[in-house]
Design a protein around this ligand. Sequence first.
Ligand SMILES: Nc1ncnc2c1ncn2[C@@H]1O[C@H](COP(=O)(O)OP(=O)(O)OP(=O)(O)O)[C@@H](O)[C@H]1O
Ligand SMILES: [Mg+2]
Length: 398
Amino acid sequence: MKATLNPYNPGAGVPPPELAGRDDLIEQARVAVIRAKTGRAAKSAIMLGLRGVGKTVMLNAVEAIAEEQGCQTALLEIDPDKPLAQQLAPQLQHTLHRLDRMKKAGADLQKAFASLRSFGAMFKASIGEIEFGLAGPAATGDLTIDLTELLLAIGEAAKKRETAIVLLIDEIQYVQKGDLSALIMAMHKVSQRQSPILLFGAGLPQLAKLAGDAKSYAERLFDYPPIGPLSDTGARQALAGPAEREGVKYASDALDFVLEQTGRYPFFLQVWGAHCWEAAAKSPITLADAKKASIAATAALDEGIFKVRLARLTERQRSYALAMAGFGPEPVHSSDVANQLGLSLSQAAPIRDELIKKGMAYSPERGLIGFTVPKFDDYMRRTCTPKPPGRRKGKSAG
Ligand SMILES: Nc1ncnc2c1ncn2[C@@H]1O[C@H](COP(=O)(O)OP(=O)(O)OP(=O)(O)O)[C@@H](O)[C@H]1O
Ligand SMILES: [Mg+2]
């Protein structure tokens, strides 16, 4: 069918034609934002999920809700190579400028600007000129203390203007460990004081554990809504809804087939949808069309996503990943992977950690390891030198 009318939108962080199956999460976010804005206690949330489940899209949706409610937002995607303070400060400066535009500058706002200025200077954050601001409390160099001071000052200014600050942090698993604990401590103080600042984060699933390690009460401080494949209804809606608006239907067996092929993962639904549209000559999209589309979609993913990721791995990381893949799509015991490779646990552990650091793998709980990209196991089994799966012991690739 006409490429110009293809409604699907596969990509990173791009808005889907239909944000399906996330109504509850969106409602929870809306409630939290409104509560914060009206001076009530509200809980921050960190959405955890694999690659391509729609975390960035959800953060963007929360940002839109917050703006709709008249809150001030600051959205950032964490760069693993930079300290948090340097990434946060410029965003907070924008936020303060927007608060500044809401009402004539007051002493509270001046205090917040002053706090930001000393924070920026202390942590070498490049923020633009801050022309005004009283001499504020000097930063101490301890990120926990300084970030707490800064957030409380900003929160105070927001409260006076009857608004809330909504921080949106994507790829939050990349925040350096010490910084993460400082962020959690600061948010803890903020919530104790009922300051109108909310944090919505999104990251890979190992984050809950990371945060837990950072500060034990982090588990109570935040909600950690898991975000995964869509429900059956959600997936059908994500696929059929956009086509229907163009007057195109799916045969029911075609829809079933795509759901099965994609595992109901949002990114895959977009990819498959786009290829179904391409493969079909007219409505309805048939099972034969969907099967043709599936071959094209798989080839496109292999070339566009998987191959690039595989190329980023060193030889020993590749062997480790291949051994993992042998066990199938679910997370596997790292001891089994080590066995499979003929390595001891302590020999295999550094390779596993490298894969985690590269964002290729995650550990859902102690001792388990899984791929962050759904279907990557399948790709490896299809394209890399096959090794028999199972718990075979003995020497294989070292
Ligand atoms: N609820 C949804 N319904 C339909 N499509 C969705 C939904 N959520 C996300 N998508 C689509 O899935 C794709 C991936 O979304 P997004 O980039 O937000 O995922 P992500 O979890 O942030 O992935 P990554 O971990 O790689 O950053 C996009 O094409 C997006 O439009
Ligand atoms: Mg993302």
